[in-house]
Structure formats: structure tokens, C-alpha cells
Design a protein. Structure first.
Length: 124
């Protein structure tokens, strides 16, 4: 599978193939023109001094919601009721309700539901 964005390529190599799930070198070989790839994230982001608000569109392709880990601890709070789900590595998907605490370098992902997902993220 070719890369769809530069961010996806960076994440692949940084995570050693998303934890060994893919061969980043093979994906790079299948990518026709890496320099023309967009800098793409699966969300729109509003940055505030104390937190970030991320909005995931209902039209997002589920394949863009990859397993990943972040460099800092964070607390994620949904800004509306949703049927989107959150999953930790070696855990079952759980509803996004109330505060979700994510430790630095903890593998996790978001699972698409209906409508848009809007969350507030506090990083530490």
C-alpha cells in the first residue's frame, strides 16, 4: 500500500511499522511521488494555550485512523455525545465518555462512529 501523506510515512517509520504491522520500506517503494504527498492529519485542530480541540469528520476514511502513540501524557474529553470508540493496545474498544487518560508512548486508536467526533485534549 502506498503512503497517503507525509505524516503517515513519518508515523510509520517512527513507530517501526506501526509496531511491526507493516513494512514501511515497501510502502515507500509503492509511493509514486513522495514529495507531492500532502501533510495530512485525520482531523482539524484548534490550538489554545492550555488545550487543543480536534474535530474528526464523519466523512473520514476509517483507514486514516491508525494505531499510534504520542510523546506526552494527555487527557481527552469528548465535547458531545458520540458512538465513536477509543481502544488501547491489548484492550477492548470503549465508548468515548468522560475523561480518557493516555500515557506517553501508549499505543491507541480511535474507531469511527457516526457523525463527527470533537474532543478537547490536554497535553502534559
Amino acid at each position: 500500500m502506498p503512503f497517503k501523506s507525509k505524516n503517515q510515512a513519518k508515523a510509520c517509520f517512527a513507530s517501526k511499522g506501526f509496531g511491526g504491522k507493516v513494512d514501511c520500506g515497501e510502502w515507500m517503494h509503492k509511493t509514486k511521488n513522495f514529495n507531492k504527498l500532502p501533510e495530512k492529519t485525520p482531523y482539524k485542530e484548534e490550538i489554545n494555550r492550555k488545550y487543543v480541540v480536534r474535530t474528526f469528520s464523519e466523512n473520514i476514511d476509517s483507514e486514516e485512523l491508525k494505531w499510534h502513540k504520542d510523546l506526552e501524557d494527555r487527557i481527552v474529553i469528548p465535547l458531545s455525545t458520540t458512538d465513536w470508540m477509543f481502544q488501547r493496545d491489548n484492550g477492548l474498544p470503549e465508548k468515548i465518555v468522560g475523561k480518557i487518560k493516555i500515557k506517553a508512548n501508549e499505543w491507541h486508536r480511535v474507531i469511527k462512529g457516526t457523525g463527527e467526533l470533537k474532543v478537547k485534549i490536554y497535553k502534559s
